[in-house]
Design a protein around this ligand. Structure first.
Ligand code: 5AD
Ligand code: SF4
Length: 439
């Protein structure tokens, strides 16, 4: 029998990247073989994202291009999974984009079986059912050759219902994974050379909800901190309303927890935060940043912001800029508000014109670039521990690694440093990376 070769294309967030890793591992376990060359594939799987409309449009055109491959390969199976698949469900077939399989966010584990059925009998299958326990939550994916870092899912889904966001509708209610499973997985990963884990979930701060263990997220991190051989712990993503003092106090106290947090603020104006249903005020957010910096003065903070939410006046927007000036984030991911079908924000009036959203977005990005560069430059002359990840993209004579604050450092060095934590004196700073030398 000829090999059953699959290709995966991923769109969207880190959660999706990790879902694709899990999907690949499920497929390989079921006897399929992965390729990086789409023209060799008998099965193309597209893992989709629905968070903003622009991404969704990109995905539809990409699926259209994959469909053309069916002209030379009529047995090619195209499967679409993830958030957009969950959202569109059966209607994806009606769009007639040449899809054979639609599998939702809770159906990853069934993909191989459904693909085989289509290969045997033809036809099309949709599975977008939600399950009480997400079947793929417990799948351990081993790192690819030499990878020092990996994601570990600790919870999935979201109960927050921010008024602009589709995630709670597409990924379902929050579900936490038992701590013993998480710890077992990390122990296995460490034996495969992993030194850094990023604990992953839509809102990791509310980890433990619904579990009988009575464990808080900070307790989970403390347990993980005790795992021998592990060097660094990160987590993403956090919700400011659930960032409790016990968690804040882990920074600077737990040796393996890196001095870095991604803490989306979304907007600086209280009336917009209320319309977004975020559950905190600007004052609450600022107070959390003060506590974080008190607990850990060197902590790097990155964030997400949305511009042009319905009703956002120029004064509201200025509050966002003012928050940025006060806090000075290390990095900011900023987005134009994108209306998503099914969310409550669809019903809000006073939509902001697209042109004005563009203007606000570029202003915000300009300010952030200035802040990022200034903060990176302030690192010049200081020495940091850098975990060496591999050869630099810029030059084969350089190695690259990351500081605990998640900054990329390139420096002259050799491959034998891979996996080691070296001491690096920062000599130059740019927007996206730092230059260092071994010290
Ligand atoms: N429009 C624009 N940005 C959005 N995000 C989530 N939903 C939307 C939307 N409808 C952004 C938020 C979130 C990040 C992952 O994506 O800033 O934190
Ligand atoms: Fe979406 Fe809000 Fe949940 Fe984040 S916390 S996934 S923005 S609903």
């Amino acid at each position: 029998m000829s090999k059953n070769i699959f290709y995966i294309r991923t769109f969207g967030c880190q959660m999706n990247v990790h879902d694709s890793e899990q999907l690949a591992s499920i497929m390989v376990d079921a006897g399929f073989e992965q390729t990086d060359d789409v023209s060799q594939a008998q099965v193309i799987l597209v893992n989709t994202c629905s968070i903003r409309d622009k991404v969704a449009q990109k995905i539809v055109s990409q699926i259209g291009r994959y469909r053309q491959l069916k002209e030379n390969n009529p047995y090619l199976v195209i499967g679409v999974g993830g958030c957009l698949a969950q959202h569109w469900g059966t209607s994806l077939f009606k769009k007639n984009v040449g899809i054979d399989l639609v599998f939702g966010t809770h159906a990853l584990d069934k993909a191989p079986e459904m693909i085989r059925r289509i290969q045997r009998k033809g036809g099309a299958i949709v599975d977008t059912a939600f399950h009480k326990a997400i079947p793929s939550l417990n799948i351990c994916t081993l790192p690819k050759n030499g990878n020092l870092q990996t994601f570990v899912t600790i919870m999935q889904g979201c109960d927050n219902f921010c008024s602009y966001c589709v995630v709670p509708y597409l990924r379902g209610r929050e579900q936490s994974r038992p701590s013993a499973d998480i710890i077992d997985e990390i122990r296995v990963l460490v034996t495969h050379g992993v030194k850094e884990v990023t604990l992953l979930g839509q809102n990791v701060n509310s980890y433990g909800k619904g579990l009988a263990e009575g464990l808080r997220f900070s307790d989970l991190i403390s347990k993980i901190d005790a795992i021998d051989g592990l060097e660094r712990i990160r987590f993403t993503t956090s919700h400011p309303k659930d960032l409790t003092d016990d968690l804040i106090n882990c920074f600077g106290k737990l040796g393996k927890l890196c001095e870095y947090i991604h803490l989306p603020f979304q907007a600086g104006s209280n009336s917009i935060l209320a319309r977004m249903n975020r559950g905190y005020t600007r004052e609450d957010y600022l107070a959390k940043v003060v506590s974080l910096r008190e607990a850990c003065p060197d902590i790097a903070i990155s964030s997400d912001a949305i511009v042009g939410f319905p009703g956002e006046t120029t004064m509201d927007f200025e509050s966002t800029l003012e928050m940025m000036e006060r806090i000075r984030f290390d990095n900011l991911f900023s987005f134009k508000y994108s209306e998503r079908e099914g969310t409550t924000a669809v019903n809000l009036s006073e939509k902001v014109p697209e042109k004005e959203k563009d203007r606000r977005l570029s202003l915000l990005q300009e300010i952030q670039d200035r802040h990022t560069l200034e903060m990176n430059k302030a690192m010049i002359g200081r020495t940091f521990g850098v975990l060496v990840e591999g050869i630099s993209k810029n030059s084969s004579r350089d190695m690259m690694g990351r500081t605990r604050t998640n900054k990329i450092v390139n420096f002259r060095g050799t491959e034998n440093l891979h996996g080691k934590t070296v001491s690096s004196l920062i000599t130059a700073a740019y927007l996206h990376s730092l230059r260092g030398e071994l010290s």
